[in-house]
Ligand binder design. Structure first.
Ligand SMILES: NC(=O)c1ccc[n+]([C@@H]2O[C@H](COP(=O)([O-])OP(=O)(O)OC[C@H]3O[C@@H](n4cnc5c(N)ncnc54)[C@H](O)[C@@H]3O)[C@@H](O)[C@H]2O)c1
Length: 382
């Protein structure tokens, strides 16, 4: 299949590009290095410096013989993305190209505006590129479980049937996000639904939980192929942050009471889910929503897991509750459905002690690069 990957230099985009190229797909990888720039601007550099996208593609070719084509540019620019879609004629586009950090989006008006314009801009420009140049192409769009917030009812898989005054209809499940970043994802979903029902596009919107991990089959071939690994308070996801804190002897920073519960998944399961969605596309005129996570944990449960495994590996892991910089419920009901991807064939890699030990051991190799000044929360919601 001809697959276009937007945001292909990112934590998820690069492993996805390698994985799909290794499966024999023809992959075109696009990025504008926005993440690298934001990381530099906020002193949030990754644990190790990754080669740029062109160099990564070259190293990948040397390791596997497989090609990944690369284009550098801004996917929010309609002309740029329009030309790419027109010339490449993808059968599937995997859309990762957004600003993905909640704290970054809450840092101030400049960052908020960038997040809003960039995230809606890339989605909008891609929609029009598809309408004009590849109307039969399937879009696999990365959303987030954070779109739903933490309602006091079960979270359905995208859609809900509502009975009201004796009549019933089906609607997008109510969304109430907890940061501006998550709100841009809600707006993306609405935008997609409008264009799907009006122009007959085929879209899969993956409501993904926080991802953890650093190793995939392809990144294990050469350390220079590893994804960016962020452990700071702005760009690091919670498991990756806790592991790095454990390795560097900083007490794990549990925000507030630590009862915040979310659905998590292994980086390798992101690759599986995206591949499964790609292989069985949504119908034209369908907005298929799949909740993409494999198991639920509270922040306290994650901290305990990291601490147990870390201590067994000889670390001295402490857990410390710090003032919560976010506005969120710290103790709440959470039960989210997630059967769609399992039905498509997902075989979850759960967060076992072995998996956790593997992440810890990998991070230990880079222990001397950890900058402890990036660990405590630097951005408050208000
Ligand atoms: N990592 C997670 O835990 C997680 C969880 C849920 C959803 N997501 C979503 O998955 C997607 C990928 O996340 P990630 O963790 O890999 O983030 P990332 O920041 O590492 O990757 C996103 C990539 O998109 C690029 N990009 C952003 N704007 C662009 C633009 N205008 N033009 C071209 N490239 C642009 C960035 O430079 C970056 O390389 C995001 O949409 C994110 O919201 C991620």
């Amino acid at each position: 299949m001809k697959i276009l990957i937007l945001g292909a230099d990112g934590y998820l985009g690069w492993p996805t590009a390698m994985h799909l190229a290794n499966k024999g797909h023809s992959v075109l990888a696009v990025d504008n290095y926005a993440r690298r720039t934001m990381a530099l601007e906020t002193s949030s550099e990754a644990l190790f410096a990754a080669p740029n996208l062109l160099e990564r593609a070259k190293i990948f070719k040397e390791s596997t013989g497989e090609e990944i084509d690369v284009r550098i540019g801004d996917c929010a620019e309609m002309d740029f993305i329009g030309e790419i879609v027109r010339d490449f004629q993808p059968e599937c586009v995997v859309h990762y190209a957004e600003q993905p950090s909640a704290p970054y989006s809450m840092r101030g008006p400049r960052e908020a505006r960038f997040t809003l314009e960039n995230n809606l801009g890339t989605t909008f420009s891609l929609i029009w590129a598809m309408i004009q140049h590849a109307p039969n192409c399937h879009m696999v769009k990365l959303g987030t479980m954070g779109e739903y917030g933490t309602p006091n009812i079960d979270i359905e898989e995208g859609w809900i049937d509502i009975n009201h005054n004796g009549r019933s209809d089906k609607f997008l499940f109510p969304r109430q996000a907890g940061s501006l970043y998550h709100t841009t994802k809600v707006l993306d979903t609405d935008l997609l639904w409008f264009y799907v029902r009006t122009y007959g596009l085929a879209v899969t919107d993956l409501m993904q939980g926080p991802v953890y991990g650093i190793s995939t089959a392809e990144s294990d071939l050469d350390d220079r192929l590893m994804p960016h690994f962020h452990y700071d308070d702005i760009f690091g996801t919670v498991v990756n942050r806790f592991v790095t804190q454990a390795v560097s002897g900083v007490p794990l920073t549990v925000y507030g009471k630590g009862g915040q519960t979310r659905g998590y998944l292994n980086l390798n399961d992101t690759l599986q889910c995206v591949e499964l969605a790609t292989n069985s596309p949504a119908e034209k005129g369908e907005l298929r929503v799949l909740n993409q996570f494999t198991e639920q944990f509270s922040v306290n449960q994650l901290a305990e897991k990291v601490s147990e495994v870390g201590n067994r590996l000889g670390l001295n892991v402490e857990i410390n509750s710090v003032e919560n910089p976010r506005k969120e419920l710290e103790d709440h009901y959470y039960n989210a459905k997630h059967s769609g991807l399992l039905d498509l064939g997902l075989e979850p890699n759960l967060l076992t002690d072995d998996i956790m030990a593997g992440i810890i051991t990998k991070v230990q190799q880079y222990q001397s690069s950890i900058d402890k000044s990036k660990i405590l929360p630097r951005v408050k919601w208000s």
